[in-house]
Design a binder for this molecule. Sequence first.
Ligand code: 9MR
Length: 364
Amino acid sequence: MKPIRLTTTAAMALAVFAAPTAQAAPPAQADALRDAAPDGLFIGSAVAGGGHHDDASYPDPFTSDQAYRDVLAGEFSSLSPENQMKWEYIHPARDTYDFETADRIVDFAERNGQVLRGHTLLWHSQNPEWLESGDFSPEQLREILHDHISTVVGRYAGRIQQWDVANEIFDESGQLRTRDNIWIRELGPGIIADAFRWAREADPNAKLFLNDYGVESINAKSNAYYDLVQQLQADGVPVDGFSAQAHLDLDDGYPADLTRNLQRFADLGLETAITELDVRMTLPEGGTPTEQQLAEQASYYGRALDACLRVRTCHSFTVWGLPDKYSWVPSTFPEQGAATIMWDDFTRKPAYDELLDGLNAAER
Ligand code: 9MR
């Protein structure tokens, strides 16, 4: 982060010793995202890999790639385990927790002066088979979720800045996922409030978030969150934040009302955040993006940063991994890619430069 600016009095006291004609040197431009960021804004990345319990071929750069680790440490002030705190990784059997990789990421972050975003506790996806096909009674499921949240959040209490407590609980039309989310299906919507209460009990200091994709704009889904937040607040549920993942796509256009949307949640008293930013595109034959695509991508990244900078409660801005070879995009969207801010050799794309310039210029 930038060095703390002198107070006016301190600056005047120093000025007495300065030659009267001396021009103030322009502030040095920082050359890493975390150094360029204004105080109080954490710049994050997802941490890829960690090994998959069923798939040994899953890329694990956090273990195997020193250049990758150096970039994570040098560029970012916040880290989000991309997969390694999800149920299927951390809770592989009903009575077994596996904290090995998550612990390594948390230790790494602390060694490098970084905060963490915990991801995620109540979700419809990446749940282990034992849970999804376990045929548990509602009472048992409640107990399983309570135990999970107390154990996982409790283990890292005081060490996680923000937790994605509930992830992607609404569908595109703004309906709760009553079919594919096991918790909501089996236990009803009240389980969302309980998850927040249990998380608060386990770590009173972590900021507790609702997190989703497709909620960058004011639309049916983000409206559903807007209503839910007010309901939870009225019920005294400890919800602290609303975050937009921001998996953007040049083919979809830029969500121009992102600032306005985040601001309305800030106006409810919530923290806001961008948690999983990437900007994919349909690649031309040969697989290399055109100059124009790269410029457009850079402007999407820059505008998303600008949205966060403009909303007073946005203290966390995270990109969903880098470089492209470790991104989730190509395996999910075979025609698309190039979504991250760095080339595979860790050189910077225009999108990186746009973020760095935006942070260096930021006044908050
Ligand atoms: O990036 C993650 C990828 O490695 C996993 O295979 C995938 C499985 O669902 O999850 C990806 O991360 C998702 C995140 O946890 C929640 N928001 C959407 C992200 C991209 O799919």
